[in-house]
Design a binder for this molecule. Structure first.
Ligand SMILES: Nc1ncnc2c1ncn2[C@@H]1O[C@H](COP(=O)(O)OP(=O)(O)OP(=O)(O)O)[C@@H](O)[C@H]1O
Length: 318
């Protein structure tokens, strides 16, 4: 179980602080897949990287993160070493480039395990099993990354990320560089990690809501460093209440029907600069329902069970 409370993560730049994650709260139960959605630049990667790999120029400004009843020392990169891979793990956005090009895969995995104080031989059987799970032959261990296709490299990173059976697995935009059929099999494999009990829970990050429809139990929509709306997948897809979620959904031609290679058509305008974000609702400049009350911080509205939105224009009868 994960609980994130009031998390603030800002990038330090020469011009000031970029408020990329600003007072974000959510939780994640065991056996649950949370989809994290929103346009490019809304803070998804910053949030998930901040949970596991927080380092300059990204800085911690407040809040806390609790995993399985233990406070994570997210602000201490060294201390987080005891948690990475073991308790929480990430398949990064550019997973295909994450492998060391100068090492054979098996040697690289040995080095990663050694750095975690784990003996390769003690985990060898699990490694072979896990390779099978993602349809990779054992011989990849004797190969260099350059000898593998992009999809194979990605699946290999999935194996390494889950090798120590972490409680929480984060998948950051893992499907964006893949063709449509590989996207589907990668999604199913990642869901399989949870269904097989290899990991307890999952955060699946994507800008594409139609991917989340297939695998997520709940969806959290972020906008400009803030949470816009959280609900079950059904609530978000069938009864979105935040104007941003509605626009995000309407920009997807085939949401919920099948995987699609159609790009997001885009919502008019663009997210605000997070160096000096607008006061009040950060979506107000693009929102068709703007009124002066939106110049104040939007309230947290409990729409129904499990369904929350941060917006002045939402009421429970929407
Ligand atoms: N190293 C950095 N220094 C300063 N600002 C940054 C840095 N990295 C990201 N940002 C800013 O932080 C904000 C959030 O970016 P982030 O990459 O987390 O968004 P995202 O939703 O994951 O988008 P994408 O899918 O394109 O990665 C953006 O305004 C971005 O410009």
């Amino acid at each position: 179980m994960l609980a994130v409370n009031g998390l603030k993560l800002y990038y330090k730049t020469l011009k000031g602080y970029v408020k990329a994650v600003d007072d974000v709260s959510f939780d994640l139960k065991d056996n649950e897949i949370l989809g994290l959605a929103g346009e490019s630049g809304c803070g998804k990667s910053t949030l998930v990287n901040g949970l596991i790999l927080l380092k300059p120029p990204l800085n911690y400004f407040g809040g806390n993160v609790i995993l399985d009843n233990e406070l994570l020392p997210i602000n201490d990169f060294e201390k987080m070493n005891d948690f990475r891979y073991k308790r929480l793990s990430i398949i990064p956005q550019y997973a295909m480039d994450a492998l060391n090009p100068t090492r054979k895969i098996g040697v690289y995995i040995k080095e990663v395990l050694k750095s975690k104080g784990i003996n390769y031989d003690s985990i060898h059987d699990r490694l072979i099993e896990r390779l099978k799970f993602v349809n990779l032959p054992e011989r990849v261990l004797k190969m260099y990354p350059i000898e593998l296709s992009g999809g194979m490299k990605q699946r290999l990173v999935m194996v390494i990320s889950t090798l120590l059976n972490p409680s929480l697995l984060i998948a950051d935009e893992v499907t964006s560089a893949l063709d449509v059929s590989s996207q589907k099999s990668v999604c199913l494999m990642i869901k399989g990690f949870k269904d097989e009990g290899i990991v307890k829970s999952l955060i699946f990050v994507t800008h594409d809501l139609s991917v989340l429809y297939q695998i997520a139990d709940r969806i959290m929509v972020m906008y400009a460093g803030k949470v816009a709306e959280i609900g079950t997948t059904q609530q978000i897809i069938e009864n979105p209440v935040h104007p941003y979620t509605k626009m995000l959904l309407s920009s997807l031609p085939e949401v919920g029907i099948r995987y699609t290679d159609t790009r997001l058509k885009g919502i008019p305008g663009r997210p605000p600069q997070l160096l000096n974000p607008p006061k009040g609702c950060r979506f107000k400049d693009r929102c068709p329902f703007y009124s002066s009350q939106c110049d104040s911080e939007p309230p947290k509205v409990q729409v129904e069970d499990n369904h929350i939105a941060y917006c002045w224009k939402v009421n429970k009868n929407d």
